[in-house]
Write a protein that binds this ligand. Structure first.
Ligand code: FAD
Length: 475
């Protein structure tokens, strides 16, 4: 029998081993289902290999170098030298430990792991091509399937990732030397995080963005805190300009050409250009024609509250299933899909999905903004606490930003929060819990918070909304 003829069966087949897929696989196996996970590339997907984890590692490295070199005020006189190749090696070590951990966890939970690319043959089977010469393929039949194929960076005309000076986010996490000049195309969260990394490592960073502001989707006063700091770090912003092409320049570098809506051109010298204009879902390589499942006009697979697609026993989770494209949203959808398949009463609830941007300072949000609360028919009550009134923030030497809590005036229920400031990504967890459990302003205000901590800003913001703040003037 040739390898291609082998046909096996499984209760649940999962396509893609990123945060959506591996979590779904582990939960399905924990529920006693025979579970098979097919991954074509690296376990852990984008998040562990070329997204969340590697970017946060470099953010930590760049922060340390920058902080150490800018702490004269604290009596620290240092001029750190950064060995970028070593920093990247350190980052790769973390990635290897985590991806190895995912593989071990899957195996320990009894998940069958298969390396290869899965394409649908019909509604109950896939073909898995093992890749590589002579490795053949196999067919797998399934009762249920979870599609977790994630997303890939969008390429723009004239900026091919195959060209050496053009970097995708993955390349920007793997450079073993620090470029002197970097043009970043796109001021969304990935562009802003990586611009900050390189600006802190000493690169001259220029950001060009087609829209008229950075960090679209965030309120102006929130985004402005980050933009101000980015400008202090030397990042040069050009809004309303789309990158149209790049050319080699006579100084051995490149020139990036941009164009406004009115056709006005500008040029920026650089050594590399990082394109970070967004990501698109991976559905084109799945053979969806064979199962009569069509992505929507943005390329996502639409799902219901149970992560189910239009075909009852085929589920979709993570980036491929729509915005927000975040790892923790993928985790949750993976768990729900697996539990629904196991016959449990699980369902998705998106009212408390936090989001964090790991810029300097960080931004983190959950639930509704004031405007969204008004739109939803609430009478929002808002409380705010600036970090410059926090003793702990002062001792960390990071006092920019604020914590804002939005609640329903009638009931006091917390509807959401927007935090921009130090450790915002950690602090938002408290408000996410509050929104999820239906806590009120009083619940948060009455909770004794450790002093001195940054978390006190959340308590103070809740007290401020109630007109009861002690350490700031009440509204
Ligand atoms: C630079 C960067 C920074 C980020 N930072 C954060 C962050 O701080 N926090 C956060 O929450 N999110 C962050 N993200 C987003 C996060 O990485 C994604 O939301 C998350 O990885 C989505 O998980 P997923 O399982 O849906 O897909 P992915 O992680 O994309 O995994 C999909 C997997 O499917 C495999 N696959 C695809 N097609 C097939 C096939 N036909 N057969 C077999 N296997 C297949 C792929 O090889 C891949 O491993 C970041 C992303 C980037 C690029």
């Amino acid at each position: 029998m040739v390898v291609g003829d082998i046909s096996t069966g499984t209760d649940v087949l999962i396509i893609g081993g990123g945060p959506g897929g591996y979590v779904a696989a582990i939960r399905a196996a924990q529920r006693g289902l025979d579970t098979t996970l097919v991954e074509k590339d690296e376990y852990g997907g984008v998040c562990l290999n070329r997204g969340c984890i590697p970017s946060k590692a470099l953010i930590t490295g760049a922060d340390l170098a920058h902080e150490a070199g800018n702490a004269e005020e604290m009596g620290i006189h240092a001029n750190p030298a950064v060995d970028m190749a070593q920093m990247v090696d350190w980052k790769d070590g973390i990635v290897d430990r985590l991806t190895g951990g995912v593989e071990k966890l899957c195996k320990a939970n009894g998940v069958n792991l298969i390396k290869g690319t899965a394409t649908f043959k019909d509604e109950n089977s896939v073909r898995v091509a093992h890749g590589g010469e002579g490795q053949g393929s196999e067919s797998i039949e399934f009762d249920s399937c979870i599609v977790a194929t994630g997303s890939r960076p969008i390429e723009i005309p004239n900026f091919s990732y195959a060209d050496d000076p053009v970097l995708g986010s993955r390349d920007a996490l793997d450079m073993d030397t620090i470029p002197e000049r970097l043009v970043v195309v796109g001021a969304g969260y990935i562009g802003m995080e990586l611009s900050t990394v390189y600006a802190k490592l000493g690169t001259e960073v220029t950001v060009v963005e087609m829209l008229d502001d950075a960090l679209p989707g965030y309120e102006d006063d929130v985004a402005n805190v980050v933009k101000r700091r980015a400008k202090d770090l030397g990042i040069d912003f050009h809004f309303g300009e789309g990158a149209s092409e790049w050319r080699d320049s006579s100084d051995g570098g490149i020139t990036v050409v941009t164009e406004t809506e009115d056709g006005e051109e500008s040029t920026y010298p650089a050594d590399k250009v990082l394109v970070a204009v967004g990501r698109s879902p991976v559905t084109d390589t799945l053979g969806l024609d064979a199962i009569d499942l069509e992505p929507n006009d943005r390329g996502f697979l639409e799902t219901d509250d149970y992560a189910r697609t239009d075909i009852d026993h085929i589920f979709a989770v993570g980036d491929v299933a729509g915005e927000p494209m975040l790892a923790h949203k993928a985790f949750k959808e993976g768990i729900v899909a697996a539990e629904v398949i196991a016959g449990e009463p699980a369902a998705l609830d998106y009212q408390a999905v936090p989001a964090a941007v790991f810029t300097d300072p960080e931004i983190a949000t959950v639930g509704m903004t004031k405007a969204e609360a008004e739109e939803a028919g609430f009478e929002p009550l808002v409380g705010q606490m600036p970090f410059n009134a926090s003793g702990r923030a002062m001792t960390t030497n990071h006092t920019e930003g604020f914590c804002r809590i939005v609640a329903d005036e009638d009931s006091g229920f917390i509807l959401g929060a927007q935090i921009v400031g130090p450790e915002a990504s950690e602090l938002i967890a408290e408000v996410a819990l509050a929104v999820e459990m239906g806590a009120t302003l009083e619940d948060v205000a009455a909770t004794i918070h450790t002093h001195p901590t940054l978390a006190e800003v959340v308590q103070e913001a809740a007290e401020n909304a109630e007109g009861q703040a002690i350490h700031t003037l009440n509204r």
